[in-house]
Design a protein around this ligand. Structure first.
Ligand code: ATP
Length: 319
């Protein structure tokens, strides 16, 4: 192995820069050359790449987003697009590719593997919806951003004695909602993994008011329901003063937490080690506080289990 490529793909996640930095520096440390592809698989298809040096990843560990840029690249879903990408791969002279992204990006990496080109993956998505890793890069920062928003909304909710419905990201998963809801002390957390009953949510709210609660926060995962709809329903059923905050992309921005930077650094270095040891077709993950690799097919085989014990705990503590 002489030269490797690296790209970030899918939705951006804070900490992706720290992962790119780790890949570039660990590879150079071992005497490899590194090529950075821009805009995910788009860069592979259209030949947007350049060599990366130690200095090209200086001063980025603390920055959100990704200096390599990211994109959804529909061309890569088509056989012709992938053929073009294989041509660019040959032109660039790389022997393997490190893909930093979510499950879709790993499917792309599997397509390269199927075509005979070695690839490894680093889970980078705020949604934390990839199985076989306890955390994906970006999740911790998103949870901290959402928790910070809950703290702020709590101040105004208390002052006006209101119910606030806060909608958070996560696509089809409720991991961000659960973690931020537990950390932020939300009264109810609605996630796609657990069926919910709005009458029960309303009863909870009314019980809280009876015992003197000045405010309530209902956290809704975007995959569970629309925050606007939930707020309308609550208002209709309880006649309580209800407001909605949709956090949206605020959750994805800002400086990555120390946890995300450390995770990204460890996984980036592990991805290079994996390639140097001759392994590929795998994702590096973080399981029980240890870096562990698993095949793409195992990682993508099933939905990541939802921590129902934590969900029950959050419900008990918000009694
Ligand atoms: P996030 O979880 O943040 O949305 P993601 O990696 O799941 O990230 P996707 O948009 O699903 O984001 O995938 C990113 C890119 O990966 C796609 O735009 C496409 O180029 C490539 N890709 C996705 N699925 C496949 C597939 N089945 N075959 C080949 N390439 C794929």
């Amino acid at each position: 192995m002489r030269r490797i490529g690296v790209l970030t793909s899918g939705g951006d996640a804070p900490g992706m820069n720290a992962a790119v930095r780790a890949v570039v520096r660990k590879a150079i440390y071992h005497g490899l050359e590194v090529v950075g592809f821009r805009r995910g698989y788009h860069g592979l298809v259209y030949g947007e790449y350049s060599f990366m040096q130690l200095g090209s990843v200086a001063d980025i560990i603390h920055r959100g987003g990704t200096v390599l840029l990211t994109a959804r690249a529909p061309e890569f879903l088509e056989p012709e697009g992938r053929q073009k990408a294989l041509g660019i791969i040959r032109e660039s002279g790389i022997d393997a590719l490190v893909v930093i992204g979510g499950d879709g990006s790993f499917r792309g990496a599997m397509a390269l593997e199927k075509a005979g080109f070695p690839a490894v993956g680093i889970p980078g998505t705020i949604d934390n919806d990839i199985d076989r890793t306890d955390y994906s890069v970006g999740f911790d920062t998103a949870v901290n951003n959402a928790t910070d928003a809950i703290n702020k909304v709590r101040d105004t909710a208390t002052s006006h004695e209101r119910v606030y419905v806060m909608e958070v990201m996560g696509r089809t998963a409720g991991h961000i909602a659960l973690a931020a809801g537990l950390a932020g002390g939300a009264e109810s957390i609605l996630v796609p993994e657990v069926p919910f009953d709005l009458d029960e949510v309303c009863e909870r709210l009314q019980r809280g008011v009876k015992r003197g609660k000045l405010h309530s926060i209902i956290l809704v995962a975007e995959g569970a329901a629309s925050g606007l709809k939930v707020a309308e329903e609550i208002k209709e059923r309880t006649e309580m003063d209800t407001r909605v905050t949709i956090l949206g992309h605020l959750q994805r921005g800002g400086t990555p937490t120390a946890f995300d930077r450390m995770l990204a650094s460890r996984l980036g270095a592990a991805a290079v080690d994996l390639l140097l040891s001759g392994c590929h077709g795998q994702m590096v993950g973080f399981v029980d506080n240890t870096v562990k690799s698993t095949t793409f097919s195992e990682a993508l085989a099933k939905q990541k289990p939802f921590p129902e014990d934590l969900y029950r705990l959050a419900t008990i503590l918000a009694i």
